[in-house]
Design a binder for this molecule. Structure first.
Ligand code: ATP
Ligand code: MG
Length: 149
């Protein structure tokens, strides 16, 4: 079945906004050719909820979180960007390991499982996931999924 990624993302953004901190604003944008995608919405929801949930959790009050989707070349790209605590460089290579948590999480709760499960889902869909991060500046995650079928 196919669904509309814009409608899906706008609804999810509203739900996630309820979980955000004081004056943390989630901004959603879509670009590209059309908005219908042939993917499992439950898998997509798990991925976006964990990435946006992490952005909320690991960034402070009065910040913006950007969530965007783009369809091009028969691929769906998802981007989630925050201006949060960032990930220490020496921790970055371990980030997708089960139960791994970076050393700067302090008293912020978490199990270190969310991203590991996201990587398994992305692999199932023959996609890819990557991130860039600077300590104390912010982090951005990208998921790219093929839309062949
Ligand atoms: P949960 O299983 O509840 O999602 P978690 O958030 O700790 O717990 P992951 O989502 O797998 O686990 O993330 C793993 C680790 O990666 C986090 O503990 C944190 O150290 C780091 N991390 C993930 N996203 C961000 C982010 N946006 N900014 C800073 N650090 C992050
Ligand atoms: Mg998480």
């Amino acid at each position: 079945a196919s669904f509309d990624i814009v409608q899906f993302s706008e609804e999810l953004t509203e739900e996630m906004q309820l979980l955000a901190k004081q004056n943390q604003h989630i901004i959603y944008q879509h670009t590209g050719t059309g908005s219908s995608v042939h993917l499992d919405p439950k898998i997509l929801k798990y991925c976006v909820v964990n990435l946006v949930g992490n952005a909320i959790k690991y960034s402070g009050e009065n910040t913006y979180i950007e969530y965007s989707t783009e369809i091009r070349d028969n691929r769906l790209e998802l981007h989630v960007r925050d201006n949060g605590i960032g990930i220490p460089e020496s921790d970055q290579k371990h980030l997708f390991e089960a139960f791994f948590r970076a050393h700067n999480t302090g008293s912020i709760p978490g199990t270190g499982l969310g991203l590991n499960i996201v990587t398994r889902y992305v692999a199932l869909l023959k996609g890819s996931i990557s991130f860039e991060s600077k300590l104390n500046q912010g982090t951005s995650f990208t998921i790219i999924l093929p839309l062949d079928s």
